[in-house]
Design a protein around this ligand. Structure first.
Ligand SMILES: NC(=O)C1=CN([C@@H]2O[C@H](COP(=O)(O)OP(=O)(O)OC[C@H]3O[C@@H](n4cnc5c(N)ncnc54)[C@H](OP(=O)(O)O)[C@@H]3O)[C@@H](O)[C@H]2O)C=CC1
Ligand SMILES: O=CCCC(=O)O
Length: 345
C-alpha cells in the first residue's frame, strides 16, 4: 500500500508524522495532505515502536454514485480524505468533483491509482462487471491494495469477486450496509463486514466516517448473508404494514392514527414512522428503490433455499414486490409496494 498522505479530521486515534502534535485548524471541505507513516511498509512498521500510529490508506477510490454511493463518498470528502470517483453515468461524478474529488474514467484506473477502492453498485451483475469486467477494478489491483464492496449482493457473487481481487494479491472485504439514504447522508450506516481482517482494520477509520457501527463477521459470504436476512425481514415488515394501512382505511379508520398507534407500541419501528405518513398520501420518494428490495428478497429466498429453510412470509412478500415492479414502480421507494395491494382491489 502506498504511503498515506491524507488526513481525515474525524479519525481520532492516529499519529501523523510530520504534523505538529496539535492538529492544525481544519477546513472540513479541503483535503489535507499531512505526512503520515505508512504501516504497510514492514521496515517502517517495525521501526515505529515508540508510536501507536496505525496504517491509514492514503487514496480512496469510490465506484458507484447512486443514492447511497454519493453521500458516502461525500462524507469521506467532507472528512478531508483524498477521494477518486467513477460512475457509469459520468454526470453523477460532477458534484463530488466540485467538492474536491478526483475523477478517473474507469474502475481499473481508480483501483490502479488508489490504495483502497470502495464499490456501491446496484446488484450482483453490476458488482461483478465493475469489479471483474473489461476495465474492471481487478485489472488495477495488486498486492498492497484493498477492495471493499459495500453493495448488497449474494454470498456466491461476493466470493467470486473476492477470488478475482485476491488473485491479484490485493485484499478483499465485503461490507454491505444497513441504513438508507438519510443514514448515509448523516454518516450513520451499519457495516456488515466479512473477509480479510487486515483490510477491515485498515479501513475501519473510513467505515467510522460513513457509519455509526460495524460488525466483522468472519469469512466472505457472512456479511452478505447477514444483510440479506435483515432485508428479508424489512421487506416482509413493509408488506405487512401496507396491508394494515389499507385495512384500517377500508374499515373506516384514519390510517394516520394507525401510524401513531404503531409508533407508540411494541411494534414501533422508525421505518413505519418515517414512511407511514407519505404512504398514506400515496407518495414514495425513493430512498431505497423498490427494485433493490425485490432483488434482496429474491437473493434471500435463494439463501433460504440453499439451507432448506422455509420462508413463506418472505416468499409472499416477494410476490407483492414483483407485482409492484410490473406496475412500473421499480424506481419508487420500496414503500410503494402498497400499490400492489391497491391494484388487486
Ligand atoms: N438505497 C438504499 O436505501 C440502500 C441500498 N443498498 C444497496 O446498495 C446498492 C446501491 O443502492 P442505491 O445507491 O440505492 O442504488 P442506485 O440505483 O441509486 O445506484 C446504483 C448504482 O449502480 C450503478 N450501476 C447500475 N448498473 C450498473 C452497471 N451495469 N454497470 C456499472 N454501474 C452500474 C449505477 O450507475 P448509474 O448512475 O450509471 O446508473 C449507480 O451508481 C444496492 O445494492 C442496494 O441494494 C443498501 C442499503 C440501503
Ligand atoms: O438495503 C437497504 C436498507 C434500507 C434500510 O436499512 O433502511
Amino acid at each position: 500500500m502506498a504511503m498515506c498522505s491524507t488526513f481525515c479530521p474525524r479519525i481520532p486515534h492516529y499519529s501523523f508524522l510530520g504534523a505538529t502534535p496539535a492538529i492544525r485548524s481544519i477546513s472540513p471541505s479541503s483535503p489535507f495532505r499531512l505526512s503520515v507513516r505508512a504501516l504497510s511498509s514492514p521496515a517502517q512498521s517495525s521501526s515505529s515502536s515508540s508510536s501507536p500510529a496505525k496504517e491509514i490508506p492514503g487514496r480512496i477510490g469510490f465506484l458507484g454514485l447512486g443514492i447511497m454511493g454519493t453521500p458516502m463518498a461525500h462524507n469521506l470528502i467532507k472528512a478531508g480524505c483524498d477521494v477518486t470517483v467513477w460512475n457509469r453515468t459520468k454526470s453523477k461524478c460532477d458534484p463530488l468533483i466540485s467538492l474536491g474529488a478526483q475523477y478517473k474514467s474507469s474502475p481499473e484506473e481508480v483501483a490502479a491509482t488508489c490504495d483502497v477502492t470502495f464499490a456501491m453498485l446496484a446488484d450482483p451483475e453490476s458488482a461483478v462487471d465493475v469489479a471483474c469486467g473489461k476495465h474492471g477494478a481487478a485489472n488495477g489491483m495488486s498486492s498492497g491494495k484493498g477492495y471493499v464492496d459495500v453493495s448488497t449482493v449474494d454470498g456466491a457473487t461476493s466470493k467470486f469477486i473476492s477470488g478475482r481481487i485476491q488473485g491479484t494479491g490485493a485484499l478483499f472485504l465485503e461490507a454491505p450496509v444497513s441504513g438508507s439514504k438519510k443514514p448515509a447522508e448523516d454518516g450513520q450506516l451499519i457495516f456488515l463486514t466479512a473477509g480479510d481482517k487486515a483490510l477491515y482494520e485498515m479501513v475501519a477509520p473510513f467505515l467510522d466516517i460513513m457509519g455509526k457501527s460495524k460488525f466483522y463477521l468472519g469469512d466472505v459470504g457472512n456479511g452478505a448473508a447477514m444483510k440479506l436476512v435483515v432485508n428479508m425481514i424489512m421487506g416482509s415488515m413493509m408488506a405487512s404494514f401496507s396491508e394494515g394501512l389499507l385495512l384500517s382505511e377500508k374499515v373506516g379508520l384514519d390510517p394516520n392514527i394507525l401510524v401513531e398507534v404503531v409508533s407508540q407500541g411494541a411494534i414501533s419501528a422508525p421505518m413505519y414512522s418515517v414512511k407511514g405518513p407519505s404512504m398514506v398520501r400515496s407518495q414514495y420518494p425513493a430512498a431505497f428503490p423498490l427494485k433493490h428490495q425485490q432483488k434482496d428478497l429474491r437473493l434471500a429466498l435463494g439463501l433460504a433455499e440453499s439451507v432448506s429453510q422455509s420462508t413463506p412470509i418472505a416468499a409472499a412478500a416477494n410476490e407483492m414486490y414483483k407485482v409492484a415492479k410490473s406496475h412500473g414502480l421499480s424506481d419508487q421507494d420500496f414503500s410503494a409496494v402498497i400499490e400492489a395491494l391497491k391494484a388487486k382491489q
